[in-house]
Design a protein around this ligand. Structure first.
Ligand code: CP
Ligand code: NVA
Length: 309
């Protein structure tokens, strides 16, 4: 049956672990796997800006022997003139998979419902599951077994990244803390989904408003921009509301002494994180950015293996 990755809990705990294991294998020899030999084409569509996602999918598809077709929505019929499902029906006759960075999650769901090729969420307003595969790979490389680790996200708890940490983190059996003002707490349905998954894995999801309590003993310290794409008009209010959740050297002192710092990038130094942290010895953000490549290759190989004949 064709599988898609639209949100982090589309993968079971066993499937997530399988993809991370495969990513570790693929990272050892970048050109060994030619799952897209042909070359088969993968459509990679962007409604929003991107550096890492664009480069890592293009390079990863080429590494796998395939051909990336990067489409900017501004120059296509999608995003106004044509529906996601009609677009999917056109693309599926020609491409092996569809990767899409967009705004509404509903568009991705419509795209996936309308096609027999895998659809991958390359970031929506709600989730960023490809980033989470890279982040979990990075945490595994630096901290070992994911199960039982405590990860604290600071900032906008309603952001795609906070939601993805909640779902993917508990899927890996981690204890996820989201530290945000009450008005920026994660969406209730996402927290409920994380709770259900945590009951299977032994992980947990905890919402906190006190950043000091949230930092205490954390193994992984995470933040993200306070102004996600699409929220630019709220910039000043967000700087005011989220200022108390900045990751500072003091935050890292409260965390475990061997804690690592991750950030999906791009970063606004001086806002959500101080330079001393992101450019300091506990930061692994460049490994994390590289791991987008390896994790997404593993995801594509895994999805192609599940595709309808
Ligand atoms: N982290 C991430 O998705 O970066 P880009 O917006 O540059 O793709
Ligand atoms: N939360 C950020 C992530 C960017 C990779 C955004 O959506 O803009």
């Amino acid at each position: 049956m064709t599988r898609h990755l639209l949100r982090d809990d589309d993968l079971t705990p066993a499937e997530q672990a399988e993809i991370l294991d495969l990513a570790i294998e693929l990272k050892k020899d970048r050109w060994a796997n030619k799952a897209l030999a042909g070359p088969q084409t993968v459509a990679v569509i962007f409604d929003k800006s991107s550096t890492r996602t664009r480069v890592s999918f293009a390079v990863g598809i080429a590494d796998l022997g395939g051909s990336p077709l990067i489409i900017s929505t501004a120059n296509s019929q999608l995003g106004g003139k044509e529906t996601p499902s009609d677009t999917a029906r056109v693309l599926e006759r020609q491409v092996a998979a569809i990767v899409w960075r967009t705004y509404a999650q509903a568009g991705l769901e419509e795209m996936a419902a309308g096609t027999r090729v895998p659809v991958v969420n390359a970031l929506s307003d709600d989730f960023h599951p490809c980033q989470l595969l890279a982040d979990l790979l990075t945490i595994r490389e630096h901290k070992g077994d994911l199960k039982g680790l405590t990860l604290t996200f600071f900032g906008d708890g309603q952001s795609n990244m906070a939601h993805s940490y909640a779902l993917a983190g508990v899927t890996a059996g981690m204890h996820v803390r989201i530290a945000s003002p009450a008005d920026y707490a994660p969406r209730a349905d996402v927290v409920e989904a994380a709770d259900r998954r945590a009951a299977e894995t032994g992980g947990s999801i905890t919402l906190l408003t006190d950043p000091v309590e949230a930092a205490a003993g954390a193994d992984v310290v995470v933040t993200d921009t306070w102004v996600s794409m699409g929220k630019e008009e709220e910039k000043l209010a967000r700087i005011r509301d989220l200022g108390g959740y900045k990751v500072t050297p003091e935050t890292m002192t409260l965390a475990d002494s061997e804690a690592i710092f991750i950030h999906c990038l791009p970063a606004d130094r001086g806002y959500e994180v101080d330079s001393e942290v992101i450019d300091g010895p506990q930061s692994v953000v460049w490994d994390e950015a590289e791991n987008r490549l390896h994790a997404q290759k593993a995801l594509l190989v895994w999805l192609l293996g599940k595709k309808d004949a």
